[in-house]
Design a protein. Structure first.
Length: 155
């Protein structure tokens, strides 16, 4: 039991440690992917506009001053607004941007599962009326005529 718990803690630490290190010691390329130029609406990594260059210089200065990723982003959001963030914050009304796609996927999976269940049930109902060879049984009169015709060819 303690080995399993220790293993889970080690894995959790391995996952969380890089994120925590990234928060405390951000890099310019990392922030360039997470921020958008307010004039051309591209990520800072792709933008070549003068404002993007000023934002990069600001980010470099703030990294050199020892600011965390959150502090740098907060300062840029204060100056340019939330539209400077590549991903909406996970709070308030913006939480819908994170929740709705997941809810849509869950809903779609439920609908597909329900339809698959109904389809499989309807197939079983159809199989109940089938003949020994797996096909539906014919009208007795039609089956008699088919047997007579086949008997003529067998002779």
């Amino acid at each position: 039991m303690t080995r399993k718990l220790l293993g889970v803690l080690v894995v959790a630490l391995a996952v969380v440690a890089p994120a925590a290190a990234s928060e405390q010691n951000p890099t310019l390329p990392e922030l360039e992917r997470e921020l958008i130029c307010p004039t051309c609406h591209e990520t800072l990594a792709a933008s070549t506009s003068p404002i993007a260059e000023r934002m990069r210089a600001f980010i470099r200065a703030r990294i050199a001053a020892g600011d965390t990723k959150s502090e740098i982003k907060d300062q840029l959001v204060e100056q340019f607004g939330e539209s400077v963030l590549a991903a909406p914050p996970k709070s308030g009304f913006n939480l819908l941007a994170w929740v709705l796609p997941l809810a849509g996927i869950v809903l779609a999976a439920g609908v597909v599962g329900f339809l698959a269940y109904r389809w499989s049930r309807s197939r079983k109902a159809e199989e109940a009326g089938s003949s020994a060879n797996g096909r539906f049984s014919l009208d007795p009169e039609l089956e008699r005529r088919v047997d007579e015709e086949l008997a003529r060819y067998d002779a």
